[in-house]
Write a protein that binds this ligand. Structure first.
Ligand SMILES: O=C(CO)COP(=O)(O)O
Length: 275
């Protein structure tokens, strides 16, 4: 036996990153996670004010992971036995006050201390602040990787410099690709409206891509259709916020989305799980 086969990777942080990604993406490489990080960016909606109750209702649906800021994690996890992987959000924009600038509010050390499986950071591509956002993302990713922590980038083409191209497939491709170019492990970005267009995003980004749920959909089945299109396009899942925590029954919504993402159940069947 070669001495090198005894412990081939030693204590490399690449192993920690790999194990954490395995917990997030599971055996099938897919992820249906819930974002509860919207009080600062969008205001303290009633379901976010009542975060403990909302969280417990979501967890009943067995999401693959959930995302919160560092100060909320203990509030939700200290006195219960939840084992769902935690993602710490390390930056945030605010639609009213700084829509295209993500303030840094957490780092890899917070994520490690809190037992998280990933650090999530956001960027606004195509904005006056793009330089600062790219520098922040790149530096944060480098530091996180030193400690074996995967990084999920919430890559949004929300910048004012896009003009009427903001939100176009071209802009989403650009934002998502920028995140991948800076070393991100998973890219989360806006859904582009159809499987064919989202495929352009997936095809241009050499890391797993998940879609945000986005603004509340007119009908619950629309969210399931969006998830199905993301999977058809080659995405690895969804990170949903408002369409889950504002749902009539958040646990049922998580289960229905899981059915689409993990089991390939068609939306017209998955919607029955909401009854
Ligand atoms: O990840 C998210 C927010 O950080 C997704 O939220 P929405 O699904 O509400 O867009």
């Amino acid at each position: 036996m070669s001495v090198y086969s005894l412990n081939p990777v030693g204590t490399t942080p690449a192993l920690g990153r790999q194990l954490r990604l395995r917990r997030l993406l599971g055996a099938d490489g897919r992820m249906m996670s819930v974002a509860l990080d919207q009080a600062v960016p969008r205001g303290v909606a009633p379901r976010l004010a009542d975060i403990k109750n909302t969280f417990n209702r979501i967890i009943e649906g067995e999401p693959d992971a959930f995302t919160v800021f560092k100060g909320i994690a203990g509030h939700l996890l200290w006195d219960n036995d939840v084992t769902v992987p935690l993602i710490i959000k390390g930056s945030t924009f605010c639609v009213d006050f700084h829509p295209t600038y993500d303030a840094t509010v957490g780092n890899v050390h917070d994520a490690i201390r809190l037992g998280a499986d990933a650090l999530a950071i956001g960027i606004s591509a195509g904005s006056e602040n793009q330089v600062a956002m790219l520098e922040m993302m790149s530096a944060t990713t480098e530091e996180a990787h030193k400690w074996g922590m995967p990084v999920i980038c919430h890559a949004y083409p929300s910048g004012e410099l896009w003009g009427d191209r903001k939100g176009s497939t071209e802009s989403v491709v650009y934002a998502a690709r920028a995140a991948a170019e800076c070393g991100t492990d998973i890219v989360k970005t806006w859904y582009t409206g159809s499987a064919a267009e989202f495929k352009q995003v997936v095809d241009a980004v050499p890391t797993p891509v998940v879609a945000a749920g986005g603004a509340p959909a007119p009908k619950p089945i629309n969210v399931l259709e969006q998830a199905a299109a993301v999977m058809e396009a080659g995405g690895v899942g969804m990170t949903c916020g408002r369409n889950i925590w504002q749902a009539e029954d958040p646990a049922k919504m998580v289960r229905a989305l899981r059915a689409v993402v993990h089991d390939g159940v068609v939306p017209s069947e998955a919607v029955k799980l909401l009854d």
